[in-house]
Design a binder for this molecule. Structure first.
Ligand SMILES: [Zn+2]
Length: 279
């Protein structure tokens, strides 16, 4: 089986003529990329009308859309109010993405706070179930919930956490952020370990993967900030080689500051690798 990976940017490319998502979609195509993640990280403010335009633009330009939910989400909060607003942020994001014609809804599930991992996961799963039911009863069965592999050890989102959630909730698959994996474990874990873990426990992921890959700076507590690929220690070539080896199909979104430039570096390397042209 041949693998097929679409590469794209987290948000509007830097060289887009205008800072609007519509123009961003055209810029993604002009950059010879294939995907764009709508960044709702500071709130979901896209109108129904605009989402319909994004749908038309993405079809015209053959661009896959996904979305990143607001950062302000904690499905393990102690305050019921914050849980309700966290669920709403995910549902609102899914709603806009659905109108725009996308399916992958990426989010950071929350923080452990002073709970154990197990307590945190039970509460998170309970809330994700409510979200799933709400989506399904509003004709959004095809939306895939994508809890993300997170970059700090205080955040819910180790690969084991994600597996727990994905096995408990239907149509939930992880968003594997390779840069976060490097940062979370202070580069102490090998990337192939992650591929072996996913292949063994969640083989469906490789048929429909959603990933983030960028340069990253990290310290003792994990992620510090995103960097451009060539300024970071991340071995993106090794990661792409593994994606080819494990026959991954899906999307890779680049969150480096240089967005489209790094996304193109990744795509170029991938294309050369599958064609067996790399030197
Ligand atoms: Zn993220």
């Amino acid at each position: 089986m041949q693998n097929n990976i679409y590469f794209g940017t987290a948000g509007i490319p830097n060289n887009s003529k205008k800072k609007s998502s519509e123009c961003g979609i055209e810029a993604v195509r002009e950059n010879n990329l294939d995907a764009m993640e709508l960044e709702f990280v500071r709130g979901v403010r896209t109108s129904h009308k605009k989402a319909v335009i994004l749908n038309e633009k993405s079809q015209e330009n053959k661009i896959l859309l996904s979305c990143h939910c607001p950062y302000y989400i904690n499905l393990n909060s102690k305050e019921e109010e914050k849980i309700i607003s966290s669920r709403k942020r995910i549902i609102d994001s899914a709603n806009v993405l659905n109108i725009a014609g996308g399916k992958n809804v990426v989010f950071h599930a929350g923080f452990y706070l002073d709970n154990t991992v197990e307590e945190s996961l039970l509460k998170t799963v309970k809330n994700l179930k409510i979200i799933r039911e709400e989506l399904d009863s509003n004709n959004m069965e095809h939306i895939i919930l994508r809890p993300e592999l997170t970059g700090k050890s205080s955040q819910i989102g180790s690969e084991e956490d994600l597996l727990f959630m994905c096995l408990k909730i239907e149509r939930t698959l992880p968003c594997i952020d390779f840069s976060h994996y490097l940062a979370r474990y202070n580069s102490k874990k090998d990337f192939e370990e992650l591929f072996i873990f996913l292949n063994k426990n969640l083989p469906d992921f490789f048929k429909d993967a959603h990933c983030h890959l960028s340069g990253i700076d990290f310290g003792e507590k994990g992620e510090i900030k995103h960097l451009n690929l060539l300024e970071s220690v991340i071995d993106y070539k090794k990661i792409i080689d593994l994606m080819v080896k494990y026959k991954v199909n899906g999307t890779v979104i680049c969150e480096s500051p240089s967005l489209e430039n790094d996304a193109k570096i990744l795509k170029d390397y991938y294309v050369k690798t599958v064609k067996g042209l790399k030197g």
